[in-house]
Design a protein around this ligand. Structure first.
Ligand SMILES: NC(=O)c1ccc[n+]([C@@H]2O[C@H](COP(=O)([O-])OP(=O)(O)OC[C@H]3O[C@@H](n4cnc5c(N)ncnc54)[C@H](O)[C@@H]3O)[C@@H](O)[C@H]2O)c1
Length: 267
């Protein structure tokens, strides 16, 4: 696995799931971690697990839709650990409703978390990332959680797909803007397939409900049959990719998208 010794990372939505696993793995790779989430108790448990295992982590309440929360998170990273080298824009929500079924309030929440959250994180962490890059041979890094639904269409949640398509291209545009300004901040996206987390389970429930049941056994088999590698993804599959993109090993990767889906979108 790539190393992150001496790096400081801020990960949004890292109380559980892919973000939580990424925090654990980044700590093992040598980074100091700030975990931000709205699930305060779960976030503190994740921090305690990292610190109990010999890592260094801090928790901060971070609602990614709130500018003040982002400022507090960056301040914590800098005051506690001295700088910020890595931002992982991981927080995200999935609604699982069709175009004619979603309410305006649900749509607003989807774009607030999945798009405004990524924009605000990028904007408000940029000064600290730029500063840290001045003392780093390979610069600083942002990793955005997009999705395979940000590359191909989604029959399950076309609006989620719209937000993740936005994240996919925002990633590339950020690479261009930071490059133009000479900021030395690399920006890449990762595109998970179906990963077994709370959100992954939510996608199965949505699929099952479309067929009039809450039993997800049959839909899991159907989804599995679309994965050439023959198994569903687990958080560590994605966390390993995030660690790589954030590390100096990916020092020439910029504006790129890393697909980690067991071959689901290969066809
Ligand atoms: N699980 C999958 O199959 C899958 C597939 C493709 C992409 N993704 C993306 O990966 C990322 C992580 O997903 P996951 O599967 O770990 O989901 P998850 O639901 O397990 O975790 C998401 C985390 O984001 C947090 N969060 C939600 N709203 C927030 C807000 N306003 N501010 C801060 N934190 C907030 C949640 O509290 C939770 O801890 C998301 O961006 C998701 O869209 C997941």
């Amino acid at each position: 696995m790539s190393r992150l010794d001496g790096k400081v990372a801020l990960i949004s939505g890292a109380a559980r799931g892919i973000g939580g696993e990424t925090a654990q793995l980044m700590a093992k790779a040598g980074a100091k971690i700030v975990i931000g989430d709205v699930l305060d108790e779960r976030g503190r448990q994740t921090v305690a697990a990292i610190n109990g295992g010999g890592g260094q982590a801090e928790y901060v309440h971070l609602d990614v839709t709130k500018e003040a929360d982002w400022n507090a998170a960056v301040n914590l990273a800098v005051s506690k650990f001295g700088k910020l080298d890595i931002l992982v824009n991981n927080a995200g929500v999935f609604i699982g409703k069709g175009i004619e079924d979603i309410s305006m309030a649900e749509w607003q929440r989807l774009i607030d978390v999945n798009m405004t959250g990524v924009f605000l994180g990028t904007r408000l962490c940029a000064p600290a990332l730029r500063e840290a890059a001045k003392n780093s041979e390979h610069g600083s890094a942002i990793v955005n959680l997009a999705s395979v639904a940000g590359i191909v269409g989604s029959q399950l949640d076309p609006l989620y797909s719209m937000t993740k398509g936005g994240v996919t291209l925002f990633t590339k545009s950020c690479a261009l803007e930071f490059g133009r300004k000479g900021d030395r901040i690399r920006v890449n996206s990762i595109h998970p397939g179906i990963i077994q987390t709370d959100m992954g389970e939510q996608t199965f429930v949505s699929r099952a409900q479309r067929t009039g049941t809450n039993d997800t056994t049959a839909v899991k088999q159907t989804v599995l049959s679309t994965v050439p590698w023959g198994r569903l993804g687990v958080p560590t599959d994605i966390a390993k990719g995030i660690v790589f993109l954030a590390s100096d090993d990916a020092g020439y990767m910029n504006g790129a998208g890393l697909i980690v889906d067991g071959g689901m979108t290969a066809a």
